[in-house]
Design a protein around this ligand. Sequence first.
Ligand code: C2O
Length: 507
Amino acid sequence: ATVTYDFDVGWVHANPDEAFNRPTIGINGQWPIPPIVATKGDRIVVNVKNSLSNESTSLHFHGLYQNGSTHMDGPPSVTQCGIAPGSSFTYNFTVDQPGTYWYHSHSRGQYPDGLRGPLIIHDPDSPHKDLYDEEIVLTFSDWYHDLMDGLLAGFISIANPSGAEPVPNAALVNDTQNLTVSITPGKTYLFRMVNMGAFAAQYVWFEHHTMQIVEVDGIYTEPTDADMIYMTAAQRYSVLITAKNTSDANFAFVGSMDQDLFDVIPDGLNPNVTGWLVYDNGKDKPAPQEVDAFEPFDDFTLVPVDKEEAYSHVDHTVQLDLKMDNLNDGANYAFFNDVTYVAPKVPTLYTALSTGANATDPAIYGSNTNQFVLGANEVVEIVLNNNDPGKHPFHLHGHAFQVVSRSDEEAGSYDASNAPELPATPMRRDTILVRPNGNVVLRFRADNPGIWLFHCHIEWHVASGLIATLIENPLGLQDQLAGKIPQNHLDACKTSNEPTEGNAAGN
Ligand code: C2O
């Protein structure tokens, strides 16, 4: 089937924490914006009209592989030009992967301003389909009272020499702080949880109920119990929760922002958002416990249902040494291998499609895109060394990667000669927490020709240039997409292409 959405993107007003009314980016005059919902095998068509009047926009469908459709992936300067104010643009692709995803603007600062929502792909063949009665989507996010434009200007300024990221004003669940979920005793629920935040990871727990994890980032897992989950920006978890058999009481559930991420904790910040499982409307809604009453679950231990084995042989290693720095010119920079990403004028995809045999030469993609050209079907390993005392949630477009190694904090750089044993059937996902001064090793097969970003999902760090570009099988890509870029995509490049991603100081 084809599911079609007509999205008119424009400014509205919203006050989700009932503390501050602010301009917010909505769709069709509404905010929260609608979920995208489809079934495995469907074609999704999203007709976008940009009515923002002041800036270009884009949509990215986070976690979808876009196999054969990298030109529908969304990031401006990478796979398309930004959609200028007043113009229209169509995303059109099929989706074969079930699970819990989300969609968001990939234009600078726009998703924290409101342009983000859940994207759910149903699966008639889910291995867990007989285990639950109903499903409920829970989106968690941080929330700022100020607009990103002003916050970004302050973040990247001489007045912020330490590079401290702006701290959110509030946390939200389903874009409110007043969520109640009606529960029927004895039923089992599938909660599809998404962190749509710009910055804060959240600890999530349900008082006096156990979560059973069955999916992470679109990958089915062997059912695994957890008391509390640590969900970074952009990660998703589906959990089964079986309701109690009586309706004697109601129970809180909580998203609690990880305050370790914040350089300064503002007075009066409430890091929590609380919702309630309501068994009986006439009864109290009790306050929850504190976050340290629980131990967070370690996602490295999860086992995918398909038991895909670890790639034991690597064809191509991409090593990325991460560094954050302030070059004493008032801008906050982030680097991979001493290069901060600056968006190219021509989208990297269009360069790959128009350069014939030269498309395999990394040099043609410029000197600021942290570009790596991957050969067809290579097993690729990304070694990421975090030379920074902060936590970073890293996301790869176009693939779910095997997490073959993840160090504790302060472990320093990865040492291949002293590598830990490979997990037999490693966890796969598309967004992974990298610990302070630690490292991760990720593997995947380059079987999806395309231009795929690899970046920290903290929006502040995107604006500091913490992005690499993987150019996967560019010659295969030329064959695949020859003559297939729609005219409305090409036309987008004739109009404005701001704001784009990448180092805001360098643009
Ligand atoms: Cu949520 Cu570059 O993506």
